[in-house]
Design a protein around this ligand. Sequence first.
Ligand code: NAD
Length: 499
Amino acid sequence: MLRIVNPATLDLVREIPCQTADDVTAAVQRARAAQPAWAALPTRERGRALRRLAARLLGDEELIETLVAESGKPRYEAELIELFYTCELTRFYTGRVGRRALRDDVRHPLIFANKKARVVYHARGVVGVIGPWNWPILNNFADCVAPLLAGNAVVLKPSEWTPLTSLRVQTLWRESRLPPDLFQVVTGQADAGRALCAQADMIFFTGSQAAGREVARTAGERLIPAVVELGGKSAMVVLADADLPRAARAAVWSGFAHSGQVCIRTERVLVEAPVADRFIQLCSDEIHRLRQGAPPRELGAPVALDVGAITFPRQITVAKEHIADAVAKGARVVTGGSAPGDLPGQFFAPTLLAEVTPEMKVMREETFGPVLPIMRVADAEEALRVANDSTLGLSGSVWSGDAARARALARRLVSGSVCVNDALVNYFCVEAPLGGVKQSGLGFRHGPESLRQFCRVETIVEDRAGLRWLSAIIGRQLMFPYRARTLRAVRWLMRRLYG
Ligand code: NAD
C-alpha cells in the first residue's frame, strides 16, 4: 500500500494500492487495444474531447483540495499555476497549432521535381508518462495532453508521493465518458516506472537525474524514444542597471514558490558588486514579508499564505546540507537557516545566503528547496562564466535596464530557456519549446516541436499530379542498365548546381 500523508499537517490523506509490474503490463495491453480507434478520429475531435476534460478539471473542487492536501502547497499555486497552465496548454494544443502540426505536410524536392514527398504524422502507440511529486497536475496529467492529442494512448505513473491528484483526473476522465483504457493511471514506486519503460512505445519522464539516466538507458536498449526532463541549477544574473526592487521580488518568488521545489526555480543569483548589498537587503525585506504555514484547502479560504510545506522530506536534508557546507566555507545566513519552530508539518524557513562562492555545494548541486544563494560578481562576463560553469542547463534569467544587452547575454547562457527581466514565466509560454540542455535533459515540452515528438513520422514519395509521364522517362534513364550518356548529363547537372 502507498500511505499518502499531508506534508503540512502530517495527517494521513489516504492509503491506496501500490501496483505491481503485472498491473502495469495489463494497463499497457488495455491501452494498446484502445488506441487505434482514438487515432482514427480527426485531430479536431480528439481536441474537442480534451477541451471537455479541461473544463471538467476547472470545475472540480475535489481535484484542487486533493492537490493541496498531498503536496502541502498553497491553493494559490495549485490553481493559479497548475490548473491554469493545464487549461492553457490544452487550449494551445487543441487549437490551430496542434491541428497544423499533425496534418500531412507536403514537400517538393528539387532534384526529382516530378515527385512530392508527403510527411505523415502517425501516433506512436502507447506513451508512458512518468511524473514527479512537485507538480501533481502540471508535470503529470498536463504532460499527457500532447501525446493524447497526437493520437496515442497514455499510461501515467505519478510519483508515489502525490498520486491522488492523478487518480482524481482519471475519475474525471471516466465521468466525461472518454474511452477508459485510453488514459490510465498506475500507482506505484520506481518498479512500476521501470515496468512502464519496458513496455511503452515512448517514454516522457520528468524527475531526478539518476532515474532519468536509467529511463534513457532502457529506452536505448529498446530503441524507443524517450524525453527526459531533469533538474536544473538556473542562474539569475542581475546587472547594476537593473530595476533592483523588481528583480529582488522576482528572485524571492522564483526562489521560494512551492518552497523552492520547482525545476526552473532560481537556484543561484549572480549580482554585480556595486549593487549587491542593496539587492541582498531588498531580498531580505521581501522574505520577511512572506507568510508561511499549512495551506487551507477550502475554496472560500482567504489567500493568507505564500509559502507552504516541503512535499518530499529529503529536500529538508538537502537544504540543511547545502547551508552547512556553505557556512563552513564562509557564507553568511542573512535570513532563515532552519525549520520554523511553530509549524507541526514538514517546513523549512526561506533561507537567504550571502557571500557564497562557486565551489560551494549550494552553487553546484541542485537544492530543489527554499535556499537562495547570492554571489557578488565583478561584471557581466564573470556572471556568465559562473552561470555556465555547471553540468546543468535548464532555465535562467538576465536582469538589466538595457534589454538589448540583457538579450545578448541571455544568448550566451547555455540553457534551455532564459527570461529577460522576469522569472518562471517561460513555463507559461507554451507556444515555444522548453527543455533542458547538458545534463538537464533530452527533448522538450511545449510548442509544435514537442507535439511531433509523440509521432512516428512516415514519408510517402509519389508523382506530382500530371507528371507521371516524366517519372517514366527519368526512371528509364536512371535505372538499370546504367548508361554513359546519363552519367555525362548528371555530371553536367552537378557542376551547374554545386560547382
Ligand atoms: P524521481 O526521479 O525520484 O521520481 C520521478 C518519477 O520517476 C516518480 O514517479 C518515480 O516513481 C519514478 N521513478 C523513479 N525511479 C525510476 C526508474 N528507475 N525508472 C522509472 N521510473 C522511476 O524524481 P522526483 O524526486 O519525483 O522529482 C524531483 C526532480 O524532478 C528534481 O530534480 C526536479 O528538478 C525534477 N523536475 C524536473 C522538471 C523539468 O521539467 N525539467 C520538472 C519537475 C521536476
